[in-house]
Design a binder for this molecule. Structure first.
Ligand SMILES: Nc1ncnc2c1ncn2[C@@H]1O[C@H](COP(=O)(O)OP(=O)(O)OP(=O)(O)O)[C@@H](O)[C@H]1O
Ligand SMILES: [Mg+2]
Length: 471
């Protein structure tokens, strides 16, 4: 009913007095009926439609508890980013997990948006409880909402497409603003050393790796293929649901040391704005612990197991392999033979990790691995041929990407990164040398890097040529 009084405008003190007096003396049921009558009367003559988005919605699991509505948050982000400067009074805030200040309109501020020629207006409303209200939880008893108003004749376009535009744009902005985190797992024995919360199995720091696909030296066609694949994956929620597959994708990055496997993971995370969970299998006691760790991984994350060929088979069994070699295939095969039950009591017998192949396979695509939403698994190895085919079969590791020695295209990216040049007369010679010699991008980068402030581009390229000729 406050909308009714707002429309009459401020200045009508007497009416307001009558209204509040009547409100006090008329019984509640009758008062609500009168209110509804006037509201309907107004609606009949009102050419505008209003949609209200409340800040709090009752939680799906319990009607007693409220949580912040996702629609409200998305609208707030959309309006705050695109239009807040048009409002006269703003509120600033740094939401948890965000890396920048977000602005939002203050209470009762109003702004206008135009979408496909249709004008709509947004107002942030606040209503206080009519009488004494007991509020549960930490939130204020004031009810906030965004009210969208538009002419009734534009109902189809606003409800049909404008609203989904606002919600998807708001969510996309929130994703971009999200501060990425790098998680690492802590051995259950050592969890107590990390402070009060002894139960936390993952610890995190801000993810600040600067690598991007622009700075990654790689065959441009292969790079585009990976980027397209990532984009297709993140947009494929409905597709995965339709085909009955959990929304996850596996990448195996293989190649010699220093060819950019770890750099590629950082570039992927920065490209998608995903968190990174760096899973150290050697710190995981057994399959049960691995399963617990996996269930704690949030959606929109990249789960990384580096040097997978060295990560499994760390119990005494590995030491028993022929010639002491790190023959993972053999170790895994042995382990797979001996295990019947992932959570068998023998798991706790030894201090070392007893994660087995089937435990790992289950963690990637067992029944419960589907929980939590979109996830990417990345394994890296220097020796793809040593891995058990079960571990890297398509469907588990969907895409196998070879990171190879430095080609001329990769060199050009490195020269741009390190020397800020796109062309030099020595490039042709370097192209020929790279075709004849195998050198990792890490070594090329090291040779290109100026060793002092006085070192010229010419000298750096000369260094690289000398190193390639030596190789
Ligand atoms: N393809 C590349 N593009 C850009 N820089 C690269 C590339 N490959 C390697 N580098 C540089 O070399 C360093 C080492 O690379 P990185 O750690 O990604 O190699 P890796 O393949 O993961 O090696 P390892 O197999 O030893 O783990 C990086 O810090 C990066 O600066
Ligand atoms: Mg690496």
């Amino acid at each position: 009913m406050s909308g009714f009084w707002d429309m009459l405008g401020p200045g009508i003190g007497t009416l307001l007095l009558i209204y509040t007096t009547l409100e006090r003396i008329i019984p509640d049921d009758l008062w609500f009926a009168i209110n509804r009558f006037f509201q309907n009367l107004l609606n009949f003559f009102n050419p505008y439609i209003e949609i209200t988005f409340d800040e709090l919605s009752s939680s799906s699991s319990s009607s007693c508890f409220f949580e912040r509505s996702k629609a409200y948050s998305a609208i707030e982000t959309y309006l705050g980013t695109n239009f807040s400067l048009r409002a006269e009074r703003l509120k600033g805030n740094i939401p948890s997990g965000s890396r920048s200040v977000t602005l939002s309109m203050d209470d009762y501020e109003e702004i206008t948006d135009v979408y496909e020629g249709v004008k709509v207006s947004w107002m942030r409303n606040k209503s206080s409880p009519r009488s004494n209200v007991i509020s549960f939880g930490a939130h204020s008893p004031d009810k906030r909402s965004y009210i969208l108003s538009f002419r009734a004749k534009h109902k189809d376009i606003v409800i049909g497409s404008y609203l989904s535009h606002v919600l998807s744009e708001g969510k996309a902005i929130a994703k971009r603003n999200k501060r990425q985190r790098l998680f690492m797992n802590v051995s259950s024995d050592k969890q107590g050393d990390w402070g009060d919360d002894k139960k936390l199995a993952w610890r995190s720091i801000a993810f600040e790796h600067p690598a991007t696909f622009d700075t990654l030296g790689m065959d441009p066609k292969k790079k585009k293929d990976v980027m397209d694949d990532l984009v297709a994956f993140t947009n494929a929620k409905e597709y995965y649901k339709g085909i009955g597959k959990p929304w996850k994708r596996g990448y195996l990055l293989y190649g010699p040391p220093g060819t950019g496997k770890s750099t590629m993971i950082a570039a992927m995370a920065n490209f998608l704005h995903f968190d990174v969970y760096d899973l150290e299998l050697t710190a995981v006691k057994n399959n049960t612990e691995l399963r617990m760790l996996m269930t704690e991984i949030s959606k929109r994350s990249i789960v990384v197991i580096e040097d997978i060929d060295c990560s499994l088979g760390i119990t005494g069994r590995r030491k028993n392999t022929k010639n002491g070699e790190n023959d993972l295939k053999e170790v895994i095969a042995e382990k797979a033979d001996m295990e019947d039950d992932d959570s068998s009591s023998s798991d706790d017998d030894e201090d070392d990790s007893k994660v087995t192949l089937s435990g790992l396979l289950n963690s990637i695509d067992g029944l419960w691995s589907a929980s939590g939403g979109e996830k990417i698994f990345v394994f890296t190895t220097n020796y793809a041929e040593k891995l058990d085919p079960a571990l890297i079969r398509r469907g588990r590791m969907d895409k196998h990407i070879e990171m190879s020695y430095c080609c001329f295209e990769s060199f050009k990216v490195l020269a741009k990164n390190y020397l800020k040049i796109e062309y030099h007369e020595k490039f042709e010679k370097i192209r020929c040398l790279l075709e004849e010699n195998e050198m990792s991008p890490a070594d090329v980068a090291e040779n290109l890097m100026p060793k002092s402030a006085e070192m010229s581009v010419d000298e750096c390229l000369g260094n690289l040529i000398a190193a390639l000729e030596k190789a």
